[in-house]
Design a protein around this ligand. Structure first.
Ligand code: NAD
Ligand code: UGA
Length: 333
């Protein structure tokens, strides 16, 4: 692994494993690594032969000679062969939605977010992988007073999903704290990531699709919820830096430190497309927090990271992507 790093300019690992490579963040990360010359082993349980979104997410990767794709479930697959010779593992695989985690699918959250992570950690130690970057979540903070969430704040996860993400990051940190553990860990608490290929259950995607199609948008609550939205390219930059920053370890927020309400997102989507959005208001969903807002200080100090893309610019890129790719992505889940 090379060691040079300066703000907003980072080095890249020589060989990396990206779990969740067929997903939203994982596919962008894998693409950025490949563009920089990294050999990437992408792992995901979604089968591109039967899952059109996984296939479309993987499409930009498959033509690259540096990319090897493995369709496998981390809950049961052989882990060690995936990790051999890797400088870094980016663990993006997981079950990500806040709202469905109250239901019967919770066992899947536990299996993928906690049990599979434990298997990966054991493998990383056996193969002596030097760095593991794991996707944690702003949701671990739970309800706040509306101010900035600092990494040292006491976490109060408000949904079963958030509980599994807190368990996942703490499991990784507990492994890394063992004497002689060969793997250092950085847990990135991403704050609501958006942009091209965003999951179709997420709000920004749905607001843009509603504007583009004229179909109504379901709004859970009054729309005054606020999120510290993070553009995908900025999230990827922070993620790569987390693998290569020599002294990076522990928990780091990936969020810019400001936030925007859902009503403002609706306004931007509407103005970008030039069409009013019809709203179908529903009750707020259990476990949804009212406000997220990162304290971005540690990301800046440790990773040299500051987000570059404002919400309006990022949503324009997201809208242009949906306009160009309506068949696969241009729908709400
Ligand atoms: P995504 O659903 O698009 O990608 C996750 C991928 O992981 C999927 O392709 C899925 O098939 C794969 N996966 C799940 N369980 C697996 C298993 N057991 N074995 C192999 N593959 C498995 O989600 P995303 O939005 O890209 O999120 C990626 C990660 O980042 C998740 O861990 C999520 O919790 C976290 N995160 C996302 C956001 C966000 O705003 N998108 C914010 C905070 C944290
Ligand atoms: C997002 C991701 O979905 C999680 O994977 C991630 O862990 C989390 O960010 C994070 O930052 O850690 P969330 O902030 O809930 O979770 O993002 P959305 O799913 O886009 O929802 C944002 C808001 O829009 C919520 O209040 C939700 O209730 C609302 N919403 C969502 C609607 O009103 N209508 C919809 O159709 C979807």
């Amino acid at each position: 692994m090379t060691q040079q790093m300066s703000p907003q300019h980072t080095s890249f690992p020589r060989r990396a494993v990206v779990t969740g490579a067929a997903g939203f963040i994982g596919s962008h990360l894998a693409h950025a690594l490949l563009q920089a010359g990294t050999t990437v082993i992408g792992v995901d349980r979604r089968d591109p032969a039967t899952d059109p979104i996984a296939a479309a997410n993987l499409e930009p990767l498959r033509s690259s000679p540096g990319y090897v794709h493995v369709t496998a479930d981390l809950i049961g697959c052989a882990i060690d062969p995936l990790l051999i010779d890797a400088d870094a593992v980016f663990h993006l695989a997981g079950i990500p939605g806040v709202r469905p985690s109250w239901g019967a699918q919770f066992t899947d959250y536990v299996a993928s977010n906690i049990l599979a992570t434990k298997r990966l950690l054991d493998g990383a130690a056996r193969i002596r992988v030097p760095r593991l970057v794991v996707a944690s979540s702003s949701s671990v903070y739970g309800a706040t007073d509306g101010g900035h969430s600092v990494e040292t704040d006491h976490p109060r996860p408000a949904s079963p999903y958030a509980v599994t993400k807190l368990a996942e990051e703490q499991l990784c940190l507990a492994h890394a704290a063992q004497p002689n553990c060969p793997t250092s860990v950085v847990a990135l608490r991403y704050f609501t990531v958006y942009g091209p290929r965003q999951r179709t259950d997420m709000f920004t995607h749905r607001a843009l699709v509603a504007a583009l199609t004229g179909k109504p948008l379901r709004l859970y609550g009054d729309g005054h919820q606020r999120r510290d939205f993070t553009y995908i390219d900025d999230a990827v930059t922070a993620t790569v830096a987390a693998a290569t920053a020599p002294d990076a370890h522990g928990v780091i927020n990936v969020g810019g430190g400001s936030n925007v309400s859902l009503l403002e997102v609706i306004g931007i989507a509407s103005s970008l497309v030039g069409r009013d959005i019809e709203l179908h208001q529903e009750n707020p969903r259990h476990g949804d927090v009212l406000v997220t807002r990162a304290h971005p200080g540690r990301a800046h100090e440790v990773l040299g990271w500051k987000p570059q893309i404002d919400l309006h610019t990022g949503m324009r890129a997201h809208m242009e992507f949906l306009t160009a790719e309506p068949a696969v992505y241009g729908r709400a889940a």
